[in-house]
Design a protein. Structure first.
Length: 454
């Protein structure tokens, strides 16, 4: 079976054979002369499509897209020799992989290709007057754009399949956690919110925290929806949470001075909480499994689950106008730890650092073994200021800790962190890149510090 790269090369080579060098060269000049205008027209036309607008309206996307679209047009029509085919094929694959990563629908990519062909045909009809020349030029430009689109879609489908498998693996991993412990943890979180509510009602100038924003609410909307995807109980719990926040909580304020009415309203709210606890217990009981799927050394989430988590957080933030942040931690001078204490010592240090980080984030957050001595933390519904506070708290806690080493030795260890907050860009890799750049700044500034991305 011909692999996609060889297939792409063979198809592009056929295009070179089918059309004369003179025609191809003239078409390249035409495209290069109008590539910026084509890119601007593309952006303007696509912004009129509601489904496309959410991918394009970010300022950084607009700036980068117009330049990269112009370069793409120049590049695909500059393939004149067989030696240029391989890099061009790989470029189309990379574009397709990016489209899959940001969940850009194939239909929008096809719409963009159609816009380019339409606009280019207008230029072709003005440049070639003879029917034979016009037809040759038109079929050549259609062939190049259609093949480029086909190769993008090949890569898109492959990448999307991989993402789907990773998302399913992450869901199965969640089902493999110690769900008995998690069940009791979330039931306790519900009880804590209820008790905190009772306390707050008797405080002057009180402000009632919605259940949606509580520890349980954050866990439900950011973890449970993935862990139990498709379960009927999720809709039931969400409906009750909405009723508590929109009906029962507001009903408490007007009756604060009427003890009988307040008791009656609180009893109704408590009944709703018992319903949540009951449905939650049924949900957990259906999904109890053995633990599996964590990084074998640190017991943190495996990196392969990261795309599933970050893509979902991006969708939630874009849909609801919220935010989330990531922190990329790196253990300072880890190589010297391995050199001085052996890999066993290095492993022990990394395990203890991972445990400290995991114990100092919320149950709704995520912590991944990113690679080597790097850990990636995803802080849901946290802005840059909140995330930097959490990162510094973890850094300071580690600074004050003694880590165990083999042979009853101990060691003080520091970490550096790069913090970045979601800014609307649909590609989560851009968010990680910004956190990585901030981490580099922290390292360059002397280590043992956390830096927020600008």
């Amino acid at each position: 079976m011909l692999n996609p790269f060889d297939y792409g090369q063979s198809q592009w080579l056929q295009i070179l054979h089918d059309y004369s060098p003179a025609l191809r060269h003239e078409m390249r000049e035409l495209v290069q002369a109008h590539s910026r205008e084509l890119a601007s027209n593309f952006y303007q036309q696509m912004m009129e499509l509601p489904d496309a607008r959410r991918f394009l309206e970010h300022e950084q996307v607009e700036q980068q897209l117009k330049a990269s679209m112009s370069r793409w047009l120049d590049q695909v029509f500059s393939v004149q020799e067989p030696a240029q085919i391989g890099p061009s094929v790989e470029r189309q694959f990379e574009v397709g992989r990016v489209h899959a990563r940001i969940n850009l629908p194939i239909s929008l990519v096809s719409a963009g290709a159609r816009l380019h062909k339409k606009r280019l045909l207008e230029h072709v009809t003005r440049r070639w007057s003879g029917p034979d020349d016009w037809l040759q030029a038109a079929t050549y430009l259609a062939g190049v754009i259609d093949l480029s689109l086909e190769l993008m879609n090949l890569a898109f489908v492959t990448k999307a399949d991989t993402k789907s498998r990773a998302a399913e693996a992450y869901r199965l991993h969640n089902l493999g956690l110690n769900l008995s412990v998690e069940r009791e943890r979330q039931r306790a979180a519900l009880l804590d919110w209820s008790q905190e509510l009772m306390f707050t009602l008797h405080q002057p100038g009180m402000s009632l925290q919605p259940l949606r924003q509580s520890e349980f609410g954050l866990w439900f909307y950011h973890q449970a929806v993935s862990m139990f995807e498709g379960a009927n109980e999720l809709e039931k719990i969400e409906h009750i949470l909405h009723r508590i926040d929109e009906q029962h909580l507001p009903a408490l304020i007007p009756v604060l001075e009427d003890r009988a009415a307040l008791a009656e309203n609180m009893a109704a709210l408590q009944q709703q909480l018992r319903s949540v606890s009951y449905v939650l217990t049924k949900l957990f009981d259906r999904f109890i499994e053995l633990e599996h799927g964590r990084d074998t050394l640190t017991r943190l989430l495996d990196r392969r689950f990261m795309p599933a988590v970050l893509n979902r957080e991006v969708r939630l933030a874009m849909r609801g106008g919220g935010s989330f942040s990531v922190v990329l931690f790196d253990v300072d001078h880890f190589k010297s730890i391995n050199d001085n204490h052996g890999h066993k010592g290095g492993d022990m240090v990394l395990q203890q650092v991972a445990r400290l980080v995991a114990e100092n984030i919320r149950s709704s957050d995520f912590c991944f073994r990113y690679g080597g001595e790097e850990l990636l933390v995803v802080l849901v519904e946290a802005n840059i200021s909140n995330a930097l506070t959490v990162a510094d708290k973890i850094r300071e806690k580690l600074l004050s800790s003694e880590l165990e080493l083999p042979d009853n030795q101990s060691l003080k260890v520091t970490i550096s962190g790069g913090v970045a907050s979601f800014d609307g860009h649909p590609d989560y890799e851009q968010l990680i890149k910004r956190a990585d750049q901030a981490l580099y700044q922290a390292k360059s500034a002397g280590r043992n510090r956390c830096v927020a991305a600008g």
